[in-house]
Design a binder for this molecule. Structure first.
Ligand code: NAD
Length: 421
């Protein structure tokens, strides 16, 4: 999953800036307010030389970028992917600033990555690369400054290596330097399910507004991975009918609803949803065009574009993935009256429980699952209702409303703090 240049030639950062200006216009922000938020506060580019298993020495390029730390330490994942570029990382940092602000957690936006192909590297090479990268960025990360997390092709093991390397440099255990760690070394219960749970919470909130009932509603989930499968499971337990799902191998459909618990087991055993007993295989185009109430894009960026947006029949689209709808498709859906729960709100459950992990680490506490889930639900419900109020009052899309709420919060902080010196 990576953000690459679009056919319009615009970079991901250009898109992030465009969305920022739209929301800034809604807020009637002054040029003085805007200028501070247009560019990242800090960009660090590092070379990461390591010895490969063959004995050859190779150097990778790594990045850590902080867009805004005015509301708190930078927060954002670390991505290992061949398509990682500075422009992509810069765009992702800005989105992280807004995502943290929309759910009102005291973090700013940051992101990092290494341009590499981890699929062609051994675990030992990935460990050496992670440790050398951590050494290179360690002056600017820390529990009070910038807290990395997993992202594309990084996981809890990578976070454990980062924590260990950082702790060795500091001479003491510093679990709060990263989130998304294994639970036995300070990870939070509920973190794995948090994104899907947050998506579910926002869908639940949207139903009364759209005069819909979850029970009996028809759901389509594109991308049956971590976020998509958990969302499907929770919707299924709320008696919605998940009629179709997909993964990178294909799409399946059954008009009476899939048995989600069995499907999860099937995917664990076979590696794909395709071939699930009782389902029929359909194309990706047919999946998007199904007659349903709720569509959950939970795969990759730009999956809903100008070519397929007009075929969508769902009343609600809940963006579990980051950036699954292109700006052109957004305009088409808005015209059709489709209610979109934007990514920075819809999938913010993950970063919210990351915040809980950091709070537990800093306080040397560990919360039980019920406490994590109930705090998450409160934050998702409150954030949804605040975004909905702006959407209704200002007559803007939910996306612009979410951006406006977030940008307003960051600007309020910047104004109160003033401009140093
Ligand atoms: P994942 O790798 O667990 O799942 C992605 C799923 O999408 C996989 O099942 C994969 O097979 C499927 N997929 C890939 N290409 C596809 C295609 N062309 N058509 C249909 N399915 C396809 O990843 P995830 O963690 O669930 O993340 C999914 C999305 O949610 C990403 O956009 C990610 O940035 C976003 N997100 C995830 C989290 C999180 O905590 N997991 C948090 C915020 C946002």
């Amino acid at each position: 999953m990576s953000i690459v240049e679009s056919s319009s030639g615009k970079s991901p950062f250009d898109f992030a800036l465009e969305n920022f200006e739209i929301a800034a216009d809604v807020l009637d922000l002054s040029e003085g307010d805007r200028v501070k938020l247009r560019s990242p506060e800090r960009i660090l580019i590092v070379s990461v030389p390591i010895q490969m298993d063959s004995g050859e020495v190779r150097s990778f390029t790594g990045y850590r970028v902080q867009h805004s730390t005015s509301r708190g330490p930078g927060k954002g994942g670390i991505r290992y992917h061949p398509n990682v570029t500075l422009e992509e990382v810069k765009a992702l940092t800005m989105w992280m600033t807004w995502k943290c602000a929309v759910v009102n957690i005291p973090f700013g936006g940051a992101k990092g990555g290494i341009t590499c192909n981890p699929k062609q590297m051994s675990q030992n090479e990935i460990e050496r690369m992670t440790r050398r990268y951590t050494h290179a960025i360690h002056p600017i990360i820390g529990p009070d400054t910038d807290i990395p997390a997993p992202d594309v092709y990084t996981n809890s093991q990578v976070m454990a290596w980062i924590m260990d390397t950082f702790s060795m440099a500091r001479g003491r255990l510093v679990p709060g330097v990263v989130t998304g760690k294994p639970v036995h070394i300070g990870g939070s219960l509920g973190r794995n399910e948090a994104t899907g749970r947050g998506v579910f919470n926002t869908i639940e909130c949207a139903c009364p507004h759209l005069r819909m009932h979850l029970k009996g509603s028809k759901v389509v989930v594109q991308g049956f991975g971590n976020a998509g499968a958990i969302t499907a499971q929770l919707l299924d337990s709320a008696q919605a009918d998940v009629i179709a799902v997909s993964d990178s191998s294909g799409c399946i459909f059954t008009k009476d609803g899939l048995h989600i618990a069995k499907l999860i087991q099937f995917k664990e055993t076979t590696g794909s949803v395709v071939g699930f007993p009782g389902s029929e295989t359909i194309t990706a185009e047919e999946l998007l065009a199904l007659d349903c109430d709720i569509l959950v894009p939970a795969a990759m960026k730009n999956m809903i574009d100008a070519n397929n947006a007009s075929s969508i029949r769902a009343k609600m689209v809940a963006e579990a993935a980051n950036g699954p709808i292109t700006p052109e498709a957004d305009a088409i859906l808005e015209k059709k009256g489709v209610f979109v729960i934007p990514d920075i709100l819809c999938n913010a459950g993950g970063v919210t429980v990351s915040y809980f992990e950091w709070v537990q680490n800093e306080q040397h506490l560990s919360w039980d699952l019920q406490e994590v889930n109930s705090r998450l639900e409160t934050i998702m419900q409150r954030s949804f209702s605040q975004v909905l109020d702006i959407h209704l009052e200002r007559k803007t899309s939910m996306r612009t409303a979410a951006n406006a709420l977030a940008i307003q919060r960051v600007c309020d902080t910047n104004r109160s703090r003033g401009l140093y010196p």
